[in-house]
Design a protein around this ligand. Structure first.
Ligand code: ZN
Length: 311
């Protein structure tokens, strides 16, 4: 098999703006005509390797002859953040996903946003922005934009939530240009990471088939429909401590009844229980959780929970 990888042409564009080093943005492109899809990964650097791995698995497992349209990929969208396994680039500590369309005369992340807007986002018909899990949590849901279902239901995530409307998000910038968008929140470090990467790879393949960038797949093999989550909440500790999880990575993407213990915050020295995290809804969807024993700062995102339709 001649894989899709063989069709990819790479460009390396200097981001500029930092005196001591020279990070470059790598953009890959394949196809001559037809609908154009952009896949981005690592906008948040601590979520980067898992999305990139899914893109590269797609390139290796898809025959080149399946290409019908145009594909553009940015597997390492925030190189300085990726290098430090951090959400934001240490060069200026700005959240790249709040800066679009960017500023070519701004600081590092603002320049990067402007470069992505000009060189990657231009003319795209569809955007799939890969986030998820990463170094400190696991998650299992999709962001669904108003009026969009084909992309967001391709990934087999059990839950979908409304696309957030934060100013400066890449997805909202793409929507303002007329593109259809979706965002994954799937994956995370740990024993299940291979399974999550396979899930995202399969989702990319199905989504690109549905929009005519790759040959389409039989719909009878499509994943089951997701549940729409209308009401969500984030649990954060009131003070710092050590999180002792009661639920592991196997629980993400499932539901638990109200009152189920999710984890406890312990005093770092005495291990006295400082706080208990419990499921708040009659049927609580576990969208994001921290599966590992870990130190937490006050206010750290610890659980993202949704009200699921009652069973
Ligand atoms: Zn993210």
């Amino acid at each position: 098999m001649n894989p899709l990888r063989s069709a990819i042409q790479w460009r390396a564009l200097p981001i500029g703006g930092d005196a001591a080093s020279s990070y470059a943005l790598h953009i890959g492109e394949a196809g001559e005509s037809g609908p154009l899809a952009l896949i981005t990964a690592g906008i948040h650097g601590d979520e980067g390797p898992w999305g990139a791995a899914s893109i590269h698995r797609l390139l290796d497992e898809t025959p080149r002859e399946d290409l019908r349209g145009r594909l553009r990929i940015v597997p390492a969208a925030n190189p300085n953040a990726l290098a430090h396994e951090a959400r934001c680039a240490p060069l200026d500590s700005l959240d790249l996903n709040r800066l679009f369309p960017g500023d070519a005369a701004g600081s590092h992340s603002e320049r990067l946003a402007a470069l992505i807007t000009a060189e990657a986002l231009a003319d795209v018909d569809h955007l799939i922005d890969l986030h998820g899990g990463g170094s400190w949590c696991v998650n299992q849901f999709m962001h669904q934009a108003e009026g969009e279902t084909r992309l967001s239901t391709s990934f087999g995530a059990p839950f979908v939530s409304r696309m957030p409307d934060h100013p400066g998000m890449l997805a909202n910038c793409a929507r303002s240009q007329g593109a259809q968008v979706t965002g994954t929140e799937i994956g995370g470090r740990g024993r299940r990471e291979g399974e999550f990467i396979a899930q995202v790879t399969a989702g990319l393949r199905r989504a690109l088939g549905r929009i005519g960038v790759l040959s389409s797949l039989p719909e009878e093999d499509a994943p089951p429909p997701a549940q729409l989550i209308e009401e969500m909440q984030v649990l954060r500790p009131l003070r710092g401590g050590i999180l002792q999880p009661a639920l592991g990575a196997e629980a993400v993407g499932t539901t638990v009844p109200r009152g189920t213990l999710l984890g406890e915050l312990l005093h770092p020295a005495t291990f006295a229980t400082l706080e208990r995290f419990e499921a708040p809804y009659p049927t609580t969807a576990l969208l994001l959780l921290r599966p590992h024993l870990t130190a937490l700062e006050a206010g750290a995102m610890t659980y993202v929970l949704g009200r699921a339709p009652d069973a």
